[in-house]
Design a protein around this ligand. Sequence first.
Ligand code: SAM
Ligand code: SF4
Length: 341
Amino acid sequence: MSDAMRHTDTVQTPLVDAFGRVHDYLRISLTERCNLRCTYCMPPEGVVLSPKERIMRGYEIVDIAKIFTELGIKKIRLTGGEPLVRKNLERILRGLAALPVTLSLTTNGVLLDRYLELLKELGIRYLNISLDHLHRERFYKTTLRDQFERVMRNIAHVEADPFFRVKINVVLIKGVNDDEIVDFVRWTEDRDIDVRFIEFMPFAGNGWDGSKVVGYYQVLERVLEAFGRDRVEVLDKEAHATATNFKIKGFRGRFGIIATVTKPFCGDCNRLRLTANGHIRNCLFAREEIDILTPYRKGLDIRPFIHMAVQAKHAQWGGWDKERFYTQSAQHNRSMILIGG
Ligand code: SAM
Ligand code: SF4
């Protein structure tokens, strides 16, 4: 570590990387475990979980998150694995809700009914819920669990409650659910929700190859064909937004496309990730991680380590060029379930 990094004035400064990108958004993975087995996320043979003692404890998550807020983090999204299967979740949520951040959650929705009152009490209104199919059998084929009805019930519940702001994440895979694009867009006709189509991304053990990606223009083409060019409206893009958003004229909800593969938005990235075992990943496709849990447990100041992680961030796709991104990045990455999407 350089002397500059040791200097306390430096470590108090905001998290600006070598490309001038200010990082004010942290995604924290609460667990490596999940109650679904989505084939694009969890390899069929499963994953090797970190030893229990290497997983951040509840109070460590809250304390580390507090340090991030002192460095300018304003938004924290909780993810996993499935964040709602985390033990002592209530205590963690209460601790995080007391920090000066907007707190949000990405979940598969299975256990949402258990936490709705708590989420409301703590003011956690931004929910991203994953749903890749509108049919029970297809849902089962992708998630390997028979939870479609419960998820749909929970979605209907939060969607009907004006407190919650709901986004539905749909990972598109060619030949698996690209024929459901139009049905998902129709779903926004009388629902005030956002459906976001996410391009399938390469991670260890998820069988990715470029031909399975349903790209940005392919999604748009299907929608234009079904609804007509005149009815598809492009919406203004918010700063740092990952999705390009659209609306069908006259529909209540919106749909968006997150085109990480075919139209990367890295130039505007403001995110960092903290894995459940306490490593910072400065990019989903990063090859290196920085362990901050070990120095934290030794009582060291972790701010210089956080700055190092930010400084090491590459301009795009964790430093992979296009050819190697397509051919090699998956083998060098962790599985998504271990990263925290
Ligand atoms: N279990 C929660 C859920 O499914 O929403 C949170 C964790 S999950 C890893 C976070 C997000 O990553 C989900 O929306 C999921 O669909 C997405 N995801 C997982 N694997 C992906 C992949 N290979 N490509 C694109 N998105 C992926
Ligand atoms: Fe679990 Fe979410 Fe991964 Fe599906 S995408 S296996 S729900 S962590």
